[in-house]
Ligand binder design. Structure first.
Ligand code: HEC
Length: 487
């Protein structure tokens, strides 16, 4: 019996020759200090990778039931949550392992950065790693969109508003991503393709290169302050260290396996206790009873958006991410040699602490601040009496529409109401009728478009009311073009 099994296995081995290919890779030596001193710091990368595999497995399961169409996505998620056997668990694991993957990728990068492991000859490994970080964030964002509930709809709206501000190509990019100028029927299928084929495809290739480089260049030894990296001698010294090294399998592998096992336990535990995320309320750009919040890793970004003055928003949105990403890519080019030990690199340690502080503070602000409208807070606030006194029936109808379409969630009248958009108390002194109509129909600058939510008469009435919003004695905004005011 046993020999039959061996025969069977040997048949494959003769054809695959794994003992000559995979086995030496599994047995590649790891510097001994690593195992004896800091081994537990080296487990994050492989664990992040394991969670990626878990994402693929659960993702395939979800892909079998999920319907990527704007009309049916929400219901198909409810279907998975409540009707498919253990469907909720599948969604929960997919969600929690996604969160875990984001955390672990960042922790892994921080560790590599602090230990100077990105220095010669592993610069390219780091650069591909930064690419992997971006792809992971891309997966997180597109995945959030697929949830297609109020939160994700809102997040997408803000994300697209950001992209739309890129000079020259912004509108075209939005068109390409969304399948149109606004969120529509094609949007969801585009994001589905991104989340299921395009980004994971690139991620797979990049991960392959990353792993190849890790094995080829060897895992870095723990930094020693008296041994700065000198490209002329580094490789020779490193190979010397490998002579007394341990094989990756089973010695180092075991530690990875333990941490991976613990992480999987946490993911499954969280999934079982807390369940899947959403979908919250069905998406509706104009009527959001919920307080929409993006997934936690994007919160600081949105806090920045909420807190920066509108005049600086575009600059912050367009310049800050470029600088941060460029800096990450360029780290090994500018500091590719010299000291590796964190004890001798105070600037690097400070940079990490500063980043963490900023992130936490902004995160906290993102939770508290009305970066997004506090949707339920203001809708009930009536239009101030002074603003409806002596108005025509049509203008009064406009005031009612302003109320009903919950414009006040974002806009204050007389200082009372949401703060996301400008106070509308004297909007008529700033905008002409045409501009008002355009703002309502097309939205823009983080305001949703209402063109599809209102018919012509409603827009007309609403704008007629908005036109009355100016202090007595002030002139209405001047239009540079002659408009037809015959109505
Ligand atoms: C989700 C938040 C939000 C909602 C809801 C919203 N707006 Fe806005 N609105 C904004 C933002 C943000 C701006 C600023 C746009 C910019 O920066 O160009 C704005 C700008 C405007 C402006 C131009 C104001 C100015 O002084 O330039 C008008 C007019 C306006 N909104 C009317 C409305 C009306 C009417 C409604 C309801 C039908 C509405 N808004 C609903 C966020 C919102």
């Amino acid at each position: 019996m046993k020999s039959a099994l061996m025969k069977f296995l040997w048949w494959f081995e003769h054809r695959l020759e794994l003992r000559k290919t995979i086995w030496p890779v599994m047995r590649h030596p790891i510097p001994r200090d690593l195992r004896t001193q800091v081994g537990w710091l080296y487990v994050f990368g492989s664990t992040a990778m394991t969670l990626f595999v878990l994402q693929i497995i659960t993702g395939i399961g979800l892909g079998m039931v999920y319907v990527p169409s704007a009309g049916e996505a929400y219901e198909s998620l409810e279907h998975i949550n409540y009707e498919v056997e253990l469907g909720w668990m599948l969604r929960a694991i997919h969600n929690w392992s996604a969160n875990g993957m984001v955390v672990l990728v960042v922790v892994h990068m921080t560790q590599v950065f602090l230990m100077g492991a990105y220095k010669y000859p592993r610069e390219l490994t780091w650069i591909i790693g930064v690419l992997l970080l971006l792809l992971t964030v891309g997966m997180a964002f597109t995945g959030q969109v697929l949830r297609w509930d109020a939160d994700s709809y809102w997040g997408l709206g803000v994300g697209v508003a950001m992209i739309g501000r890129i000079p020259w190509i912004g509108p075209q990019l939005v068109e390409l991503l969304m399948g149109g100028p606004t969120m529509g029927a094609d949007t969801l299928s585009r994001f589905f393709a991104l989340h299921v084929f395009i980004i994971p495809g690139i991620l797979f290739v990049a991960l392959g290169i990353h792993l190849y480089l890790v094995v080829r260049k060897g895992i870095s030894e723990p930094p020693v302050p008296s041994e700065p990296v000198d490209p002329a001698t580094y490789v020779e010294k490193y190979e010397e260290k490998l002579k007394t090294g341990d094989p990756f399998f089973p010695d180092v592998f075991l530690r990875d396996a333990v941490f991976i096992g613990l992480t999987l336990l946490v993911v499954v535990g969280l999934s079982a206790i807390l369940g899947p995320k959403g979908p919250s309320a069905p998406p509706d750009p104009t009527l959001m009873q919920v307080e929409p919040l993006p997934d936690w890793y994007f919160l600081p970004l949105f806090a920045v958006l909420a807190l920066s003055p509108p005049s600086l928003e575009t600059a912050i949105i367009l310049i800050a991410p470029v600088i941060i990403v460029a800096a990450l890519f360029l780290v090994p080019i500018f500091s590719g040699k010299g000291q590796r030990s964190p004890r001798r690199r105070p600037v690097a340690v400070l940079a990490v602490i500063l980043f963490l502080l900023c992130y936490c503070v902004l995160w906290q602000l993102g939770v508290q601040e009305p970066w997004s409208p506090h949707m339920s807070a203001w809708s009930g606030e009536p239009v101030p009496e002074s603003m409806i006194k002596g108005r025509s029936p049509k203008q009064l109808q406009g005031a009612a529409i302003l109320q009903e379409k919950t414009c006040r969630n974002c806009h204050a009248l007389d200082g009372r109401g949401g703060q996301r958009g400008p106070d509308l108390t004297d909007v008529a002194t700033r905008l002409t009728r045409d501009q008002l109509v355009r703002q309502v129909i097309q939205g823009g600058g983080n305001m949703p478009a209402y063109g599809k939510e209102m018919n012509r008469d409603e827009v007309d009435a609403l704008v007629s009311f908005l036109e009355t919003l100016k202090p007595d004695g002030y002139a209405a905004a001047e239009s540079s073009v002659v408009t037809d005011r015959s109505d």
